[in-house]
Ligand binder design. Sequence first.
Ligand SMILES: Cc1cc2nc3c(=O)[nH]c(=O)nc-3n(C[C@H](O)[C@H](O)[C@H](O)COP(=O)(O)O)c2cc1C
Length: 110
Amino acid sequence: MSVIESLEWRAAIKKFDSEKKVEQEDLEQLLNAANLAATSGGLQPFKVIVVSEGELKSKLEPHGYGQEQFETASHILVFAVETNISDETVDTYASRAAEIRGKGKNDWLC
Ligand SMILES: Cc1cc2nc3c(=O)[nH]c(=O)nc-3n(C[C@H](O)[C@H](O)[C@H](O)COP(=O)(O)O)c2cc1C
């Protein structure tokens, strides 16, 4: 399937069949895709929290404007963004990236 065909096929689902569950293997593929997503400097400044337990999903619903999808979805992926990114955070990341890539501290992005 081409990229355009995939985009034509997809839709923002408003109600899920709550009897059906996303398979663990498919969930892991989605999480892997999120992990591989491009971010500025590769900082990946987010954590993905997987919510699949009924009561927790209900607790999240008010934070999503009461949308029914929260109750019926098999899993909810919460992207928790790091809001406290300091120079130290970036320095720590840059040092590690430089080490892994075998680069200097000032050219790790190149
Ligand atoms: C940033 C963003 C936020 C969105 N938030 C919601 C949402 O909270 N609930 C929802 O049902 N759809 C949400 N959508 C999906 C849009 O409503 C949907 O893409 C639009 O209605 C067009 O429908 P389609 O994607 O099925 O063609 C969001 C889309 C984007 C890009």
